[in-house]
Ligand binder design. Structure first.
Ligand code: ADP
Length: 485
């Protein structure tokens, strides 16, 4: 629809421009022709007046007016039947009047009343259209008025036929140009129409399809490339949403199947209270893991949708470490691990989000517990550095292979750590941890080698009374007010 409208508009503009140009050109050429015809006629008339002047100059100055009349009659009546000519001296006495002039009897002003260039007048005489020029001449010390005329029929016919030709040609040219404009706009917009038709065929099931890119290196190929890049991004986003949904369903199916099987087995026959207690306790453990998985899934989905927000504010790391110690010490001991928190004596006030920062530490501590065999140790530490406060979770566990290292932050990625029986993870913990660290303006970095343990660390900004510099933390601007408060 849009293409048609643009095409019609282009045709219309082309028509309007061409019609205006053609009309202006026609009017200008007609006007120029008329001017040059007028100038030629004027020069003819002027030359004839000057002929009279020459004649008078050759006359004897002592000749009387009657003798002059005789001379003029003799010359002009033979020459060209006098045509349109009358000559009078400065006292208004006629020297010569042709028959045609007498018949029309136009007024001939005295020479001193005439301007230098003369005066032009026109009249019809029979079938002729006549232009006359009253022109002042001077011969020795005497002045004369000469009025000479010429039939304009030839030049009028010329102008008329030229005008008629223009009237015929101009609309034909405009029509031709409009058709040309229409054809050109169709041709110019054809690739756009083709692109639109191709784009209409692309839907959520064939997002891998791409639009054709013409080899012309023009706006159309630029548009095709831009649309293709956009399709690429949409395709990737769709693929990642699909993968996330698929992985999430898969992750949920396993524990649910486990729960179902366990309940079905328990219901096969009546059992004593102890057996039911054991089954229920196992079911409880499974549901706790499931709850954690669903929480992680929700957090990632909310983070993708932009709904999960962090609210940075000063946090006392001593308090936070104390809480972590209290929450994790039992489970670490149960796993046969030595767990310590190390924090200097100085005040550790860092900028952090009170709800997501503990979660990040829990993710790292849980991994350390899971991937460290009994007898090992886990240390949560905070060290003051020039860039801020570096927080690290270090274990003496199985470590991560070089092959797995680049992938551990990918969603649903799980490494195959030898010797670790418990595989309660879903591969979402570090993905979420990475996102939380990024929202704190830092990066979660890992240093690990197989058999030597791992260390995950990130750096938090120190909470100082001075306002945050915008340039240093651009993506935290929305939280800035709360930070300063
Ligand atoms: P999971 O729930 O499987 O632990 P994570 O995203 O937290 O998922 O971790 C991804 C993978 O990174 C783990 O499967 C494991 O292979 C590796 N990993 C994470 N933390 C550690 C660690 N402290 N020691 C060894 N391997 C780890």
């Amino acid at each position: 629809m849009k293409t048609a409208a643009i095409r019609i508009r282009l045709t219309f503009w082309y028509f309007a421009m061409f019609a205006t140009a053609a009309c202006l050109l026609s009017i200008a050429s007609w006007w120029m022709l008329q001017r040059s015809v007028d100038a030629t006629e004027y020069h003819d008339l002027q030359e004839r007046a000057e002929d009279v002047q020459l004649l008078l100059l050759n006359e004897d100055p002592n000749r009387s007016i009657d003798e002059l009349r005789q001379d003029f009659t003799q010359i002009y009546s033979i020459k060209d039947d006098g045509k349109w000519l009358q000559v009078a001296d400065q006292d208004g006495r006629w020297i010569y009047r042709s028959r045609r002039m007498i018949a029309e009897n136009p007024e001939l002003p005295r020479p001193e009343q005439l301007p230098k260039m003369g005066v032009i007048a026109e009249f019809h005489q029979g079938t002729r259209y006549v232009r006359i020029l009253a022109y002042p001449i001077q011969v020795r010390d005497k002045k004369y008025s000469v009025q000479t005329g010429i039939a304009l029929n030839k030049s009028m016919a010329l102008l008329k036929s030229f005008g008629a030709d223009l009237l015929l040609l101009t609309p034909a040219m405009i029509l031709f140009a409009s058709l040309g404009g229409h054809w050109m706009s169709r041709k110019a917009l054809r690739p756009v129409a083709l692109l639109a038709a191709e784009a209409r065929c692309i839907n959520d099931r064939n997002l891998d399809r791409r639009l054709p890119v013409p080899q012309t290196q023009d706006e159309i190929s630029d548009l095709s490339n831009t649309l293709n890049q956009m399709l690429e991004r949409i395709d990737k986003a769709f693929a990642s949403v699909r993968a996330f949904t698929g992985n999430a369903s898969h992750e949920l199916r396993t524990p649910i199947t486990l729960l179902r099987t366990e309940i079905e087995v328990a219901l096969i026959r009546p059992r004593d209270g102890e057996e039911y207690r054991a089954t229920l306790s196992h079911l409880h453990h499974e549901t706790v893991l499931m709850t954690r998985l669903v929480e992680n899934l929700l957090s990632i989905a909310r983070a993708d949708a932009g709904a999960e927000r962090v609210n940075l504010q000063p946090i006392d790391l001593n308090d936070l470490f104390h809480r972590m110690d209290r929450d994790w010490i039992d489970s670490m001991h149960l796993a046969g691990l030595d767990f310590r928190t190390e924090i200097g004596n100085e005040q550790h006030q860092a900028l952090g989000d009170p709800s997501t920062l503990p979660r990040l530490l829990s993710i790292l501590l849980e991994n350390a517990r899971k991937y460290t065999p009994a007898g090992g140790s886990v240390v949560l530490s905070a060290v003051n550095e020039s860039a801020g406060i570096r927080i690290a979770v270090q274990d003496t566990g199985v470590g991560i292979s070089q092959k797995d290292l680049p992938r551990i932050f990918d969603r649903f990625f799980r490494g195959e750590q030898a010797g670790i029986a418990e595989s309660s993870g879903s591969g979402l913990g570090l993905a979420l941890g990475k996102w939380i660290a990024e929202r704190h303006g830092t990066e979660l970095v890992v240093a690990s080698s197989p058999g030597c343990g791992s260390s995950f660390s990130f750096t938090l900004l120190r909470a100082t009374p001075a306002p945050l510099k915008r340039a240093s933390l651009p993506y935290l601007l929305e939280d800035e007010e709360e930070i300063q408060a």
